[in-house]
Ligand binder design. Sequence first.
Ligand SMILES: Nc1ncnc2c1ncn2[C@@H]1O[C@H](COP(=O)(O)OP(=O)(O)O)[C@@H](O)[C@H]1O
Ligand SMILES: [Mg+2]
Length: 249
Amino acid sequence: MDTELGVLKSGKEADVHLVERALPAADQPDRSLDGNPAGEPPVAERRCLLAAKRYRPAEHRMFHRDAGYLEGRRVRRSREMRAMTGRTAFGRNLLAEQWAAAEFGALSRLWSVGAPVPYPAQRAGTEVMLEFLGDPDGTAAPRLAQLRPDPAQLADLWAQLAAALLTLAGEGLTHGDLSAYNLLVHRDRLVLIDLPQVVDVVANPRGAEFLHRDVHNIASWFAARGLPARLGGPDALLARLVTEAFRVG
Ligand SMILES: Nc1ncnc2c1ncn2[C@@H]1O[C@H](COP(=O)(O)OP(=O)(O)O)[C@@H](O)[C@H]1O
Ligand SMILES: [Mg+2]
């Protein structure tokens, strides 16, 4: 049973809602059959919090990520391609659905190779349901951009970031829209979010460009927060990521 608990964040392209999913005690298997003594209180409800990211059909403007990324993807049926480029209501909705499917696919793949991403629970239409990163009372984990880490925390977060990007590069991928707004810090653990536009560094004609941009964006945030260049400059990391992404076999 899903219960809507409100909006976590409203954006231009998607809204993120907080949802509680519960299995009411009455619907759980009857434990009295396997020796639960009579008179014991019923099994507690099982519940968890989820983040529901709902893409909205872009009304007036080009979805800012459509331009560069569509060229890397294959849309088989040309009627659908025409609808999307022609911005009909059908096309706009289809595009929102494609983004939801792309994000679910990217998260599933990255989760399965151990990258720090929220667990993707399901995708239905234009909605992706994710593991909620935050406290049981519904307070979401802060974005990296909101934090002012001390030098030791900053160095630790940079190390986590480098490890995460190397895991992506091992799959030939880069985030594609990496910034301190698309990284959450949940109990000292850095988590990558917002991945519908994940870029195949090798197959996408502009892949290397996106990788370069991702690394420079985030390295300048760390530099501005005071990470010493010897620990965190973009160049050494970029070189490792390129080597990893283009490694053969
Ligand atoms: N799994 C999650 N757990 C907690 N908060 C989340 C989660 N996913 C997204 N959020 C919150 O919603 C905001 C927007 O999500 P994001 O995926 O970046 O979408 P967009 O930037 O396209 O609106 C995030 O900055 C974060 O605050
Ligand atoms: Mg975002």
